[in-house]
Each structure stands twice: as structure tokens, then as C-alpha cells.
Design a protein around this ligand. Structure first.
Ligand code: OTU
Length: 647
């Protein structure tokens, strides 16, 4: 039981503490040691409890990990300790309404890490407080899945700069009150990583770091219940390596899955995280976490071990670097998603942030169907998230869009789930007759009929198609869709993430087709190079760039001024009497009410004004079409319009 586990943890801590206290005073000094021990008392049960579920000798392991954390605390630079102190006083800093994220590839945005200094004013203009740089640690040579095949966690890709450049950039960001977010690819390493090489060579220190099976028996047994991630580019989850056996490779054949049932793997990865935290990384994007636990007869996703591993890593990192937060990259079904924010039945700290994949999918589904019922149904059914955590809300990211439409939710609104997913693929690939989208199918699986979608926001919401046809009315509608999508992600509650290029409505980029290393993976179509010429037009309201950029700035500035958009806890989907409208409510205990409304239909609709009953005296703070009009007791929501109301 939890009570027994807590007693167990307390006993282990009692044994460990005197010696750790002595060591802490010696290597941290008196004042810092007080802080470290306070954190030890606060976090030890969160270290020990998940470890006890994962590993046989959790008591000794916990001791080893505490020492690792102490060592990292001793190495922590003074300016980062200052951030620690600030975050310890304000541990919910990432929930503040000022938070706005920006996601970019270093090379495609600024050439190099050094070059990023020249982009910080651009970010400041958008109100950005959080910069996620796509994978930048040294990858393997050749194909590397956009950097998700890491060969060295302690070095930067030499094409982008050095580790010193990264630390310098982190310091420049801190000086502007911006936080650096970096990918932590922890489910797998490149097969060229020294751990993989040592394991393959039979070095006993690396025994059991990865998975290998002598023949197809176990791989076949596992694959019977696993769904391929890249069915066309990298079918199967195992790769035959001569002399080694069948190695577990969930993704590409050069990405070898780590075996976290081995405590040494856990310890090694923790060492890398602590080291990177001391270089100034404040937010770790925990890549592909759902795959970290393997169980025969399951999908090998979202297994209980995954949560134990992430919870234990999180608590260990808090000991050494309390300024740090984790963001879960768990692009999974709605029923599995909330667990990454900390436990099923009771709250256990895990990740502070998680991608709101469900909101993203529902937004795209809604503007295709011009109807909000499925969004209302599924978002209402989603379990509320713990107060300590927040969503990362987004319209687009570097990956394909997978249609995480719950069967139950689809049926509840009268859709056949498979038919609806097929429709969305046909719609967003532009195959559907009346589609405004210019995306493409990704990862088609002939065995299951599944597919996902690639394409930039501008291409998926109709801007590209309207420009192509020179249709002014279609362009207006497309721009309204673009703004509507962001009006939701900026006010849903959580940290909105702007995907680089979207602030300028950048189109699909087909230049990847000329690079043989990229040509087979059409996700590169929505990973453009920053368009400086478009950026130069960003203040010209007569241009598409100018209009989109102006709206992004307005959304960001309005958001920062609204205390109700502080992201603690979940908002609430409101009950409206129009099938086209998604309306939601937020309230921070120390602020007034907030209501957001968007109309997915391509005509104006009305909703009964009673939806606002009891929510105070609301005024329009920002909207697509001026102050909210009331007509015969009904609120008028214009064509593809949005409105933000606040007390
Ligand atoms: C992530 O995505 C990254 O975002 C991808 O760019 C990488 O290719 C991949 O990991 C491997 O490192 O399946 O289709 O539930 O959806 O981890 C992309 C999480 C993916 C998965 C996600 C993965």
C-alpha cells in the first residue's frame, strides 16, 4: 500500500540522511546544504517509491542517485542556483499567463546557436518567454531523424555550435527572462552512441543496456500487439544486427531502444539530464516517453513502468536543479494522456507540462467538419489535470498529425470513428472534393488503413490554396481559421507554443525533396527555413504576413494581461446551444472569469446568452470582429470568429 511504501521510504531516508548531510555541508557549504537537505526531505519518497516498483534493490539505488544529485548540485553554476532560488519561491512560474513558447530548428531559424542572438528581438516582439530548440545534441552521422538519434548527450551538433555556445545562449535567454527548452531523447540512442558500442562489444558495465533477441521468437511475440510508428519507412520494431541479434528499434533501425528495466540505464540517463540542466536547460522535452516500458501482450506504450521511470527521474532532478521542469511528449489517446501529468488516482509529480495533443486534433477536426460537437464531447470527457501542472497547447509542431479520435467520443456524436479518421486524412491531404487543405498523407499503413497528416499550418488551414487560386474571399476565410486556431491555444490555459514560421504563415517547403537524407520523410515539408523576406513584411497590414504576425502579437499581449489565463488547473468546456461553437471558461482563484468562444462554421451563428449567467460582468478583451453583439437574447459569433471575454 502507499502507506507502507511511505514508511519504507522514510526508513531508508533516516539511514541515509546523516551521511548525506555531512557530505552536503562539505561540498556545498552550510547555506546550500540546508537547501539540498530540505529538497531531500521533500522529494525522497518520490525518488524511492517509483524505484521500489521498478527495481529489486531500490534502497541502495536511491542512495546512489541521491549522491549523483548531490554531486550535480555541487557542480551547479552560481547563476543557475539563483534561478533555483527564484523557482523555489515561485514553483508555478511556468503557469503564468506571460508564458508563450516558440519552437524552432536552430539551423532553419538562425543558422547556428551563435546566430540565435540575432533572433531574440523577433522573439521578444511576440512576447516569447520559452524557447524550445529542436534536437541539437550531437547526432549520428547521416540520417538522424531530425536529431532524434543522439550519439553524445554532452556535445552539441558541431554544425550548430558548441556546448559553450549553448550555455551562452541559455544565459542570454535568462537575461531576457526566457527559458531554454531542449529535447531529451531518452527512449533510444543512436546505435553509434558509446553505450551502444560498449554493449555490443560485450563490455560488462553496459550489459543489458539495450534489447537483443537471438531469433524472431520474441520479436514476433511482441510485434503481435505493437502498432508500427513508421510503417512505411521503418516497418517492425526490431532490427537484425549481425553478431548481436534482433535489437529493439521502435523508430528507425539506427535508433536503439534503451532497456529501462536495467537500473544502470536509469542512472546513466539521469547523469545526462543533470549535466544538461547545469548547462542552463530549464525545460526538458521528454521525447517518446510512452515507449519506455515494454510488456509482452501489450501495445508497449503507456505501461505503468513509464510513469515510474519519469516520476523517479523527475524527483532526482528536483534534488539538484529545482529550476527544471519536464514536458511530456506523449502523443497518445485521450484516456492515456493525463497520466503523464502525475498519476492516475492520486497526484504524484511526474511532468509539469504535457502536449495537449487532444486539443490540437480536435481543432483540426472541427475546422474540417465546421462543427464543434466532437471537440466539445472529447474535451469535456478528458480527465481534469492536477493544479500543479499545465498543458502545452499548440496548433502545429514538427511532427505529423495523428488522428487521436477516441472511438467512444466519435460514436457519442454519431460519427463512425474509422470513417471520421479516413475523412480527416482525405480532407487534409486535399483529396476530398471541397477541401481547402494542401497537406499530405504520412505513415500510411496498408495493413490497418491508418495514416497521419503532414503540412504547415498555412497549408492545412487554406492559406496556401487560396493564394494559389488568387481567391480573396477564400484567403479571408483561411486567415480567420488561422487566427481562430491560435485564439484557442493562446487562451485555453497552459503554455501556448508558436511553431516557427507560423507567425508569418509560412507555406509548405518542398526543398527537402532535393536532399536524399530527407526526401523519404514528408514531415520535412512543414519544417521550413525562416523566411527573412516574409519577416520584413511583418508590420505591413496589407500583407498576409503582416496580418498573421499582428494577430499573433495581439493574442500574446492580451493573454499576458489576463490573470484568468494563469494556467493552474483545468478550464471547463461550456454548454452552448449551437453545434458549431466551442466555448470554454477559466477562472483563477484570484481573478475574475474568462470565457473564450470560437465558431467553426463558415457563417455567423448565435448561442443563448444564458451561457454567461453567473460569470460576472464580462467585456470583450479581444475578438475577431469587435465587441460581442447580442441579438434577441443571443450572442452572435461571426463566421470563423473568436471572442475572448473577461471580467
Ligand atoms: C517523437 O515522436 C518525435 O517528435 C519525432 O520527431 C521522432 O521521430 C520520434 O519521437 C523518435 O524520436 O511517434 O510520429 O507518443 O508520437 O514520440 C512521431 C509519442 C512519434 C510519439 C512520438 C514520436
Amino acid at each position: 500500500s502507499d502507506g507502507e511504501r511511505a514508511r519504507g521510504a522514510a526508513e531508508v531516508l533516516a539511514l541515509l540522511r546523516p551521511e548525506v548531510a555531512r557530505d552536503a555541508e562539505r561540498c556545498l557549504g552550510r547555506a546550500e546544504a540546508v537547501g539540498f537537505l530540505a529538497r531531500l526531505d521533500r522529494w525522497f519518497a518520490d525518488v524511492h517509491t517509483p524505484l521500489a516498483a521498478l527495481y529489486p534493490d531500490a534502497d541502495a539505488l536511491a542512495g546512489t542517485l541521491v549522491r549523483l544529485a548531490l554531486h550535480a548540485a555541487a557542480q551547479r553554476p552560481e547563476d543557475l542556483r539563483a534561478v533555483d532560488r527564484r523557482r523555489e519561491i515561485d514553483p508555478r512560474w511556468f503557469q503564468h499567463q506571460r508564458m508563450v513558447g516558440y519552437v524552432a530548428y536552430t539551423d532553419r531559424f538562425a543558422g547556428t546557436l551563435d546566430g540565435l542572438a540575432g533572433r531574440l528581438d523577433h522573439l521578444a516582439e511576440l512576447g516569447v518567454t520559452y524557447l524550445h530548440l529542436m534536437p541539437l545534441l550531437a547526432p549520428r552521422e547521416g540520417a538522424n531523424d531530425g536529431g532524434y538519434a543522439v550519439a553524445d548527450y554532452r556535445a552539441v551538433d558541431p554544425r550548430l555550435g558548441t556546448m559553450d555556445d549553448l550555455s551562452d545562449l541559455a544565459a542570454q535567454l535568462r537575461a531576457r527572462d526566457m527559458s531554454l527548452c531542449v529535447d531529451l531523447v531518452l527512449n533510444h540512442t543512436a546505435r553509434e552512441h558509446p553505450w551502444a558500442r560498449a554493449w555490443q562489444a560485450g563490455d560488462p558495465a553496459y550489459a543489458g543496456f539495450y534489447f537483443a533477441f537471438p531469433d524472431r521468437t520474441m520479436p514476433d511475440a511482441y510485434e503481435a500487439t505493437i502498432t508500427d510508428v513508421f510503417p512505411d519507412q521503418a516497418p517492425g520494431s526490431f532490427t537484425e544486427v549481425p553478431g548481436t541479434g534482433w535489437v529493439w528499434t521502435t523508430f528507425f533501425d539506427y535508433q536503439w531502444d534503451l532497456d529501462y528495466s536495467n537500473p544502470r540505464v536509469f542512472t546513466a540517463m539521469l547523469g545526462e539530464i543533470l549535466w544538461l540542466a547545469n548547462r542552463g536547460v530549464e525545460i526538458f522535452r521528454m521525447d517518446a516517453v510512452p515507449f519506455m516500458g515494454k510488456r509482452l501482450g501489450t501495445s508497449c506504450m503507456n505501461q505503468p513502468e513509464v510513469h515510474d521511470i519519469v516520476q523517479a527521474l523527475h524527483a532526482c532532478v528536483q534534488l539538484a536543479a529545482p529550476a527544471t521542469v519536464f514536458k511530456a511528449e506523449a502523443i497518445v489517446a485521450p484516456d492515456e494522456l493525463v497520466a503523464y501529468l502525475g498519476g492516475h488516482d492520486r497526484y504524484r509529480p511526474e511532468c509539469e507540462l504535457a502536449y495537449h495533443n487532444q486539443l490540437m486534433v480536435m481543432l483540426w477536426s472541427s475546422i474540417a467538419t465546421k462543427d464543434a460537437r466532437l471537440a466539445v464531447q472529447s474535451l469535456r470527457r478528458l480527465r481534469p489535470i492536477p493544479d500543479e501542472t499545465s498543458w502545452a497547447t499548440y496548433v502545429r509542431c514538427h511532427d505529423d498529425i495523428g488522428w487521436a479520435v477516441g472511438d467512444l467520443d466519435a460514436r457519442a456524436v454519431g460519427y463512425d470513428p474509422t470513417a471520421h479518421r479516413d475523412f480527416l486524412n482525405a480532407f487534409y491531404s486535399g483529396e476530398f472534393p471541397l477541401s481547402f487543405a494542401r497537406g499530405a498523407r504520412f505513415g500510411e499503413n496498408p495493413a490497418t488503413g491508418d495514416a497521419r497528416i503532414s503540412g504547415s499550418t498555412a497549408a492545412l488551414c487554406g492559406i496556401s490554396e487560396a493564394r494559389e487560386r488568387g481567391d480573396a474571399a477564400a484567403l479571408e476565410a483561411a486567415l480567420r481559421r488561422f487566427v481562430l486556431l491560435h485564439a484557442v491555444t493562446f487562451a485555453w490555459g497552459g503554455v501556448p507554443l508558436i511553431y516557427m514560421g507560423d507567425e508569418l504563415a509560412q507555406d509548405n517547403d518542398t526543398s527537402y525533396l532535393d536532399d536524399p537524407a530527407l526526401a523519404g520523410d514528408n514531415r520535412w515539408m512543414h519544417r521550413p527555413y525562416f523566411d527573412d523576406a516574409a519577416a520584413a513584411r511583418r508590420h505591413d497590414p496589407a500583407t498576409v504576413e503582416g496580418r498573421v504576425f499582428g494577430w499573433m502579437k495581439a493574442l500574446s499581449a492580451a493573454r499576458a494581461s489576463l490573470p484568468a489565463l494563469h494556467a493552474a488547473g483545468a478550464g471547463r468546456v461550456l454548454d452552448v446551444d449551437s453545434p458549431h461553437v466551442l466555448a470554454w471558461h477559466r477562472r483563477h482563484p484570484r481573478s475574475g472569469h474568462f470565457v473564450g468562444m470560437v465558431n467553426m462554421a463558415e457563417h455567423a451563428v448565435t448561442v443563448g446568452a444564458h451561457v454567461l449567467d453567473g460569470l460576472g460582468a464580462l467585456d470583450t478583451v479581444l475578438s475577431s470582429d469587435g465587441p460581442l453583439l447580442v441579438h434577441q437574447g443571443r450572442l452572435v459569433v461571426p463566421t470563423l470568429g473568436f471572442v475572448w471575454l473577461a471580467e
